[in-house]
Design a binder for this molecule. Structure first.
Ligand SMILES: *[C@@H]1O[C@H](CO)[C@@H](O)[C@H](O)[C@H]1NC(C)=O
Ligand SMILES: *[C@@H]1O[C@H](CO)[C@@H](O)[C@H](O)[C@H]1NC(C)=O
Ligand SMILES: *[C@@H]1O[C@H](CO)[C@@H](O)[C@H](O)[C@H]1NC(C)=O
Length: 475
């Protein structure tokens, strides 16, 4: 009996995987890679750099407008841009820089990519990402070669990605550093203490500008560099991120959404009218999966105590990595066993492909602790799927979620458990409110958090930096 069930589940899983693969290979290039942790920032995107399209996307009225509207980055045509990545991996930082590379290629800029830290052994991920870039006309140079130095000297603009990338300046450019700094834009996506080291950021006061993903993170950087390192940052720009076109395509295609929803639910054993609350982040204490499960358990008790009539509720944790976080993962599993909620809580391994899960769930929980997310791209990705967000009142989440309109905010730490439990109950008992909040979130994404909006915001910064570089070169 048990064996039969396993075989059946296995078959279902396979069918589901095939289905997802089939769906995605039509609309975007599938990247079945891991969605890795990237510091406090979940900048990574599931489908951020899809390749050639086969299927015609649904035509929306603003697509037609967009095709005639001038591209905000058009002035970058023929400019030489050097992108310096601290590493090449599937974490948020490098993927975001790669998106910028493709935006710049899209307007005919000459783009050169270098990776400061590469694994000594040949690496499949590095290989496939480099080829993806080469296919789209991005040149890939050795970080330490003469070509990299020559490009840096010749470039109109250099983008250093993450604080750690600062190490490349002295190590490679040596006596040329000062000459290059006026055209450096430093893109920072992290908020953790150990990045505030002189060896990484000593040149920060002298670059053309720093571009940071949220106001909270920018304030934090200004304070920390001033107080800890006694340096003043150069001009700082806050640039909120946007959803990739590929993600929006899936989110706005009701057929894909429905099919993905059915198949993911089937694979998890969640019925179509059950309520599914999910947290989608690399599992680690900082992302607050433990506190989410406590809140979920508390919400189940509240519902039982008050005899509320609600659908069966489930919690989904996407982002497990038993090998990397064995102790914490074990703690989560033990909690689930101890509270006897094993049939209500589901764990899914880390994946870059979050769209199927966003299609399958009803509410996203963003439970990042301490200073919160630097931006939290999964938040705007969920909103694209018309999901309300229950998020911690910290970091970038507060700049995205409108409390009471597109979701609810709760405090970080243990203090947040009961408020989150109440918000979970609230979402379960107020169907109309839940759906309305999801719609409002989607409207907000269409207004502010699309790739085109991000491109507009970046364009303003690049213009400023180019001008600054020019006037400093002239004087
Ligand atoms: C930065 O410092 C100011 C004054 O010292 C303080 O009011 C503010 O809350 C600090 N901001 C952050 C993000 O730490
Ligand atoms: C999830 O990852 C673990 C190792 O971390 C592995 O043993 C397990 O097979 C994976 N599960 C699936 C469904 O891929
Ligand atoms: C969010 O709104 C609720 C009421 O809608 C309020 O109780 C709560 O304090 C608010 N939280 C924040 C962080 O503003």
């Amino acid at each position: 009996m048990g064996k039969e069930k396993n075989a059946w589940m296995g078959m279902q899983k396979k069918r589901w995987a095939l289905m997802v693969l089939a769906l995605f290979s039509l609309s975007t290039v599938m990247v079945f890679f891991m969605r890795t942790a990237f510091d406090s920032c979940s900048a990574s995107t599931s489908t951020g750099f899809g390749g050639g399209k086969v299927r015609e996307p649904e035509i929306h009225s603003d697509d037609r407008l967009r095709s005639v509207a001038p591209n905000p980055l058009q002035f970058m045509k023929s400019k030489l841009v050097l992108l310096v990545s601290h590493e090449l991996s599937l974490s948020g930082g490098p993927l975001l820089l790669m998106e910028l590379a493709f935006l710049l290629r899209g307007v005919g800029a000459e783009v050169v990519w270098i990776t400061n830290q590469k694994p000594a052994e040949p690496d499949e991920v590095v290989y496939s990402l480099e080829h993806k870039m080469l296919d789209r006309g991005v040149q890939v140079f050795n970080a330490r070669g003469q070509k990299a130095i020559d490009t840096a000297l010749k470039a109109d603009l250099i983008v250093l990605n993450t604080a750690v990338a600062g190490k490349w300046l002295d190590a490679v450019l040596k006596e040329n550093v000062a000459q290059v700094l006026p055209k450096v834009l430093w893109w920072i996506h992290e908020m953790r203490g150990h990045y505030f080291k002189v060896e990484y950021v000593k040149h920060l006061p002298f670059v053309a500008g720093a571009m940071i993903d949220s106001h909270t993170t920018a304030e934090y950087w200004k304070n920390r560099t001033r107080e800890r390192l006694r340096i003043e940052m150069s001009k700082t720009y806050v640039v909120h991120l946007g959803n990739s076109k590929e993600l929006m395509e899936v989110a706005e295609d009701s057929v894909s959404r429905r099919v993905l929803r059915e198949h993911v639910r089937e694979s998890l054993g969640v019925r179509s009218d059950d309520l599914l609350f999910a947290i989608i982040n690399s599992v680690s204490r900082g992302k607050g999966q433990d506190l989410f499960l406590r809140a979920f358990h508390e919400s189940l008790q509240l519902i039982q105590d008050k005899k509320l009539q609600v659908p069966t509720m489930h919690a989904l944790v996407v982002g497990s990595d038993m090998n990397a976080q064995t102790k914490f993962e074990t703690e989560l599993r033990n909690f689930v066993l101890e509270k006897k909620i094993k049939d209500r809580v589901h764990f899914v391994n880390k994946t870059l492909t979050v769209a199927p899960y966003l299609a399958a769930i009803d509410v996203l929980v963003q439970n990042s602790q301490a200073r919160g997310e630097c931006f939290g791209r999964i938040t705007i990705e969920a909103m694209a799927f018309q999901l309300p967000v229950l998020g911690t009142a910290a970091g970038g989440t507060m700049e995205i979620v409108v409390n009471g309109t597109t979701g609810f905010l709760h405090p970080v730490s243990k203090e947040g458990i009961t408020p989150l439990a109440n918000n979970i109950v609230n979402m379960a008992t107020h169907v109309e409110r839940r759906l309305r909040m999801g719609k409002k979130g989607y409207e907000l994404v269409k207004e502010r958090f699309l790739e085109q909006h991000m491109a507009q915001r970046i364009a303003l910064v690049l213009k400023d930096v180019l001008q600054n570089a020019k006037s400093r070169a002239d004087s």
